[in-house]
Unconditional design. Structure first.
Length: 329
């Protein structure tokens, strides 16, 4: 693989104009994990004709059963496209086996611990090499959980992250049956029979998820489970995070409820934090759902401008000050 990086092999596999946007797709081969077949796709968006004057980098991390199209549709619509048109240097990462990232040899064993220990540091290093700047990071759902784990585990530090925004992300929702050891054991045994969970079959999204991710989630949720791996307690590590963190929840999100999203944010006790609830009671035109909080016409009108404002000022507009400050109450 011909490399466009001094760090590890990187190939520019596509360079296109998409209307008013430029789209460059890189394929990274970090060679930093036990599975040397891992390759990671990274899409860079910017205003066409302004590639020499790009703004501050922003990294977008998709959720489970998803890919880059959550942030950037084929028609050039999405938060990623909005931020690129607003002058930001947008980078959209796709996790192992998602979107343009090919499935690695050990695909079925992929999990968050591997993403945060190997993949996010490689992505952060490459973006810093290309831009010379620390990036803002935004994650939705599992993407936000991955981002929180990387921050709590110390794999993503201030040198490569200037802020973090967690949309619909939590790890505190309790599933009581999984606290019963025989039930958790049975679930683990059942899951091991499958190589992956089908997003289309489960009607959760266009991508599959490796079974290793589901098994890891069971470990977090079981009796005496913790948000971390064998080496590090990511939950405890979040208390040491110092960069500004924004937590966003949706009033009609039953998958990742607002109280749990707030609890993840509050664990970042040493960081400047703000919380935003997207619902009618807090001044929005509708009670947003888990996906609609970022992918809907209402989100385009009401949420995307707030995300842009946060990135520029690292705080929310004054009219949301009361709600935002409640995160630290």
């Amino acid at each position: 693989m011909q490399s466009s990086s001094e760090l590890f092999p990187v190939a520019l596999i596509s360079a296109e104009l998409r209307g008013d946007l430029s789209e460059d797709v890189y394929l990274l081969k970090p060679n930093n994990s036990p599975d040397s077949s891992v390759e990671l796709a990274l899409t860079r968006l910017g205003l066409a004709g302004s590639e020499g004057a790009r703004g501050v980098p922003v990294v977008l991390l998709h959720g489970s059963f998803s890919n880059r199209r959550f942030w950037y549709s084929p028609k050039g619509i999405g938060l990623g496209a909005h931020l690129a048109r607003s002058g930001f240097d947008v980078w959209i990462a796709e996790m192992r086996g998602h979107g343009l990232s090919p499935r690695n040899d050990s695909y079925r064993d992929n999990n968050v611990a591997q993403y945060v220990r190997y993949d996010l540091p490689a992505i952060a290093d490459f973006i810093f090499e290309q831009t010379g700047q620390a990036a803002h990071w935004i994650g939705h759902s599992l993407g936000g959980v991955i981002l929180a784990a990387a921050l709590g585990g110390g794999y993503l530090g201030q040198a490569h992250a200037r802020s973090a925004a967690l949309f619909g992300s939590q790890i505190s929702r309790i599933y009581w049956p999984l606290k019963v050891p025989p039930v958790e054991w049975g679930g683990r045994l059942l899951l091991r029979a499958f190589p992956y969970l089908s997003g289309r079959r489960l009607k959760r999204g266009p991508e599959d998820e490796p079974i290793g991710l589901a098994l890891e989630t069971l470990r977090w949720l079981r009796l005496f489970g913790r948000f971390g791996d064998a080496e590090r307690d990511w939950w405890a590590g979040l208390a040491q995070v110092r960069i500004p963190v924004l937590g966003v929840a949706a009033a009609a999100d039953h998958q990742d409820p607002a109280w749990a999203c707030r609890k993840l944010l509050e664990q970042c006790s040493a960081a400047p934090t703000q919380f935003l609830l997207l619902g009618k009671d807090t001044g929005f035109t509708s009670d947003f759902g888990h996906v609609e909080m970022l992918v809907s016409k209402d989100a385009q009108r009401e949420v995307w401008p707030l995300a842009e404002y946060w990135l520029r000022h690292l705080q929310l507009p004054a009219e949301f000050a009361g709600q935002a400050s409640a995160a630290g109450a």
